[in-house]
Design a protein around this ligand. Structure first.
Ligand SMILES: [Zn+2]
Ligand SMILES: [Zn+2]
Length: 570
């Protein structure tokens, strides 16, 4: 079950955040508290201490938390008038600001021992119910996540309902650390992140082979399904971003520059460019559905503190696509996109994803009837495709409902990658229409989708999922020929040339090293096929293949090997 959907777990994690604040209040009484929610694996609390806390202080804080747990303090909840609440938190400007923003006359106060917090409730009964937790790190944050505001400190932790779940998490963490994509990327010489470009990844030759394989597969898939590739500029006039709404709603995530004293922005998404191409001439109903795809390289502003390898970057490439269609064509288009997601997952070797359908939020724009119809269409397409999904009520974007895909990796983690987003707003903003058979102008519906999502992020997820042992078609070096003795050098060259000729990425190790050390090198570099050639193979004109798990297949003919390699490579 998705931990987010388990209310007991959520209550305990939320209570663990109060527990953390309680411990801080006892150890550092002058600290000002802000907010502290539950998270995917635990909780955090943001606060402003008198003196900055450090990583080494976490042990003492965690110890104090356990002391409070031992005391089994009941956690109580009551409603008080705002004026009383203002008195209780009179020394804390953050809580006062929160109180002012609560629309009700009364506000909730939680209490455990002498510690009070502003909270609308949803806790475990006693501090004794919070048992399996750990503080994980301390980082910087800002009040309300806005870098213009007061800088704060954030302490994060993990918390679980059972010892078993806690241990399972610890084990996964240890494994994840071992196969962290940043570590693998360095060991395998795939990519790097350098101080000259924080959050802007560098792809090395071998990493680029993987990226290009992923792109090649996706291009082929999209082309097969009637998508036409486009390319739109990275830098576009600021007016365009005003028209799309990004300059208002997405401003904090964008980079702005000046050219000839005119304002421009670096694209955080590729959508507006696609709309300009659509709108560059009148469109007939005969052209619909029109499917544009673009591997768009986008830039997004991120705080330096949240950057994380290839998972959280400031520049990345999306396998972006925009479908312009009529409402009647929506269902069949969604069905096609669901098929694309399925084909991609099968190709890269992921199991069935968890699918979410995010529906109409309160601040939605557009007609409720249109929304309901679109949601019904998405539900129908999912149901007809035989896909189970979880509805997230009210979690769609304000401009349309969306489908999200959570993929599950080999270490039990879930990653959100692809999305399908229906959009009623941009057709209005960009006056996207078509001429009907009767000669009238009608609005199109726009579907935005990304199948991998971000190539960089997907690359990282794949690398960790496979623990560096990528499938044959993705491996930067697919085959290494290892000679046992110098006499077979000529034979090895012929074999190497034959494999290269059919497009297999092959290297030849004809050095004087011992076979065992050649095997060790190839193992370390995670090469899927080792072709071992000795006197016997040369005489019989055969090959021996050694797989990474140590299994050997002997007496294979060249024709056999070529056929097999080709099959694995497509
Ligand atoms: Zn609470
Ligand atoms: Zn888009």
């Amino acid at each position: 079950m998705d931990p987010k959907l388990d209310p007991k777990l959520d209550q305990m994690r939320h209570s663990a955040a109060h527990l953390l604040a309680h411990a801080i209040a006892l150890l550092y009484p002058e600290t000002k508290f802000t907010i502290g929610p539950a998270t995917d694996n635990g909780f955090f609390y943001d606060f402003l201490p008198l003196v900055n806390l450090k990583e080494e202080d976490l042990a003492a804080i965690e110890h104090e938390m356990h002391e409070i747990v031992q005391r089994k303090l009941p956690i109580t909840q009551r409603l008080v008038d705002k004026d009383e609440a203002r008195m209780l938190f009179k020394n804390n400007p953050f809580k006062l600001e929160l109180i002012d923003q609560i629309p009700d006359e009364q506000v909730g106060i939680s209490q455990q021992g002498t510690f009070l917090d502003l909270c609308k409730g949803g806790h475990v009964a006693s501090t004794g119910d919070i048992k399996y937790f750990k503080l994980t790190n301390i980082s910087g944050s800002y009040w309300r996540g806005d870098r213009e505001n007061q800088a704060l400190q954030r302490i994060s932790g993990v918390a679980f309902l059972t010892q078993e779940a806690f241990e399972h998490f610890e084990k996964q963490q240890a494994e994840a650390l071992l196969y962290d994509h940043r570590k693998l990327g360095k060991e395998m010489d795939l990519f790097s992140l350098q101080p000259e470009g924080p959050g802007f990844p560098f792809f090395h030759p071998k990493g680029m082979v993987i990226m290009n394989q992923l792109k090649k597969f996706m291009s082929g898939l999209l082309e097969e399904h009637g998508y036409q590739e486009i390319s739109t500029p990275t830098i576009l006039n600021e007016e365009l971003w005003v028209q799309s709404g990004h300059a208002t709603f997405y401003r904090d995530n964008m980079y702005f520059i000046q050219i000839d004293s005119v304002g421009y922005a670096v694209k955080p998404m590729s959508c507006p460019g696609a709309f300009l191409i659509y709108g560059s001439r009148p469109r007939s109903y005969r052209e619909l559905p029109l499917r544009f795809s673009e591997f768009g390289h986008v830039h997004r502003r991120e705080l330096s503190g949240v950057l994380h390898g290839l998972l959280r970057v400031r520049a990345f490439t999306q396998d972006d696509a925009h479908i312009m269609c009529t409402f009647d064509q929506l269902e069949s288009e969604i069905t096609t996109v669901l098929g694309l997601v399925g084909a991609m997952l099968k190709k890269v070797g992921f199991e069935q994803p968890t699918i979410y359908l995010a529906t109409r939020p309160e601040n939605a724009m557009g007609n409720v009837v249109v929304w309901d119809r679109a949601i019904a269409i998405l539900e129908q397409a999912l149901t007809k495709a035989g896909l189970d999904f979880i509805t997230k009520p009210g979690e769609g974007a304000f401009y349309g409902p969306k489908i999200e895909f959570g993929i599950h990796d080999s270490m039990g983690r879930t990653w959100q990658c692809g999305t399908i987003q229906v959009d009623f707003l941009q057709p209005e903003n960009f006056d996207l229409s078509y001429i009907t058979p009767e000669g009238n102008r009608e609005r199109v519906v726009v579907v935005h989708h990304a199948i991998y999502g971000s190539f960089e992020r997907f690359f990282a997820v794949l690398l960790e999922h496979y623990k560096g042992r990528l499938p044959f078609w993705l491996a930067p070096e697919q085959c290494r020929i290892l000679t046992i003795c110098p006499e077979v050098a000529e034979y090895a060259k012929t074999i190497s040339a034959s494999l290269k000729k059919i497009g297999i990425r092959t290297e030849l190790d004809a050095s004087d090293e011992q076979l065992s050390s050649k095997i060790k090198d190839a193992q370390l570099e995670r090469i899927p096929w080792m072709v071992i050639l000795g006197k016997k193979e040369a005489e019989q004109q055969t090959l021996t293949i050694r797989l990474p798990d140590g299994k050997q297949r002997m007496g294979l003919t060249l024709a056999q090997v070529l056929e097999e390699a080709q099959a694995l490579n497509t």
